[in-house]
Design a protein around this ligand. Structure first.
Ligand code: ATP
Ligand code: MG
Length: 418
């Protein structure tokens, strides 16, 4: 086999050399090696070594280090301002909770460290001095394009159920089918996903939705998704295909993709209820409030007719970011349903023109303030209600945003107060 030469970045090379000079084997490992083999640019580099955490601290005494997880053997070392996670070769103890090993111990055999990793394509190590270490034929599986468990699939998914979703995520991202035994095992063990923390499920699911092959994976493995999010199980069949077939039309924005996944998530199909249910599901997955708000809005307004007439009003209601996203979401929906997506480009341009024209789309842009209304005799909630009415007049060009004009409107509509 050809000797491989991967272009490791200088800080990674330097860390590996320092460990080797001190007498310890060291390799780049996991995702970065997989990406190299596939001819892709790695987004980060993990290093593994025979050195213990104490030995690493000694070797990198002059560098800034962060004690990321010393118990598990991980030290982060800053080399030329690049943070590098360096981990001692590990062997995992027994898995008792379906997620974490009850103990870890250190070893000086890299093969042992690779054997605890999830999939063959993720279980390779590379060193410029030692070459590629690939005891589970990850390179061959990269070339064939398959996701396969390291060792016995059923055992590996039983140890850690998160691997079930990781398999789907890598399969969707790399467009690699999942090997039969691995696929059968993950489907049969899908209900063990209940043991996994909601946050981890959310993270893997979001990654899966961004994968270029996510539609195929979500349709092929729908029972797994329904085990992770039981509230979606009623969609099984035609509705699920309709749901997932929209994803390839969506931009790579997690909020839009989650909205696409959840847009039909209430049995009534009513947008407002789907929106509330989408929020509840994401809250259950412990997603941040910004995500809950954004997805709820997209699902609620998925069918709202947008045109030049109501564009400024919607700019006020959703603000620039929200409206832009809604336009992109509706555009993706149009494309998925075979409608013409072009009008949405025009509306996006129109929105930019509105913004550049300095149009009024926030209460602070209005030529009167709450205090002006108070001076006219309005009190309490009546002030907010009137500001809202004024805004509606202005965004629909019924009155210009000029103080006198607005005050006249207020006077005319509050004569009973005088
Ligand atoms: P990405 O490009 O998404 O970061 P990655 O392969 O680097 O992909 P990470 O989640 O960063 O994935 O994990 C780094 C490596 O650690 C993996 O390549 C794999 O070898 C190992 N690993 C991570 N999570 C698990 C797990 N739950 N079970 C077994 N091995 C795992
Ligand atoms: Mg990684």
């Amino acid at each position: 086999m050809l000797q491989l030469l991967f272009p490791l970045p200088a800080p990674v090379l330097s860390a590996i050399n320092r460990l080797e000079e001190a007498g310890f084997a060291a390799y780049a490992v996991g995702g970065c090696v997989r990406d190299f083999v596939l001819g892709m640019q790695p987004h980060d580099y993990d290093i593994c070594t025979a050195a213990s955490p104490e030995e690493m601290q000694r070797i990198f005494a002059r560098e800034r280090t962060i004690e990321t997880g010393l118990k598990h053997g991980t030290l982060t070392v800053m080399i030329d301002s690049m943070p590098l996670e360096i981990t001692t070769f590990r062997r995992d103890g027994e898995y008792l909770d379906g997620r974490h090993p009850s103990s870890v111990s250190f070893t000086d055999a890299v093969e042992e460290d690779l054997s605890r990793r999830d999939f063959t394509v993720n279980a390779m190590a590379y060193s410029p001095v030692r070459g590629l270490c690939d005891p589970f034929h990850g390179r061959e599986d990269c070339e064939k394009g398959i996701i396969r468990s390291v060792g016995d699939a059923e055992k590996r998914f039983t140890e850690d159920a998160l691997r079930i979703l990781r398999a789907l995520r890598f399969s969707a991202r790399l467009s690699f089918p999942i090997e039969k035994k691995t696929a059968d095992a993950l489907v049969s063990l899908r209900d063990t996903l209940q043991k996994i923390s909601r946050e981890r499920i959310a993270a893997e699911l979001s990654g899966l939705l961004m994968g270029r092959d996510c539609t195929r994976i979500l349709s092929r493995f729908s029972p797994v998704i329904f085990s992770a999010i039981p509230q979606l199980a009623f969609l099984a069949g035609e509705k699920w295909l309709q749901t997932v077939s929209m994803l390839p039309c969506c931009p790579a924005d997690p909020m839009i993709r989650l909205a696409a996944l959840l847009r039909l998530c209430h049995p009534s199909g009513e947008e407002e209820r789907c929106a509330a249910q989408a929020r509840a599901i994401l809250l259950g997955l412990k997603m941040p409030v910004k995500m809950l708000d954004g997805v709820q809005q997209l699902v609620e307004y998925q069918c709202l007719h947008l045109d030049e007439e109501n564009l400024q009003e919607m700019l006020w209601r959703l603000q620039e970011e929200g409206l832009q996203r809604l336009l992109r979401f509706q555009q993706a929906l149009a494309a998925a349903e075979g409608r013409d997506p072009h009008p949405f480009d025009l509306l996006m341009e129109k929105m930019q023109t509105l913004l550049q024209s300095g149009c009024c789309y926030q209460l602070s842009h209005l030529a009167v303030k709450g205090s002006d209304l108070a001076a006219l005799g309005l009190r309490g909630p009546a002030i907010g209600q009137m500001l809202e009415r004024l805004m509606m007049q202005v965004v629909h060009h019924k009155i210009p945003n000029i103080k006198n004009e607005l005050i006249n409107f207020v006077r005319y509509n509050t004569e009973h107060l005088a």
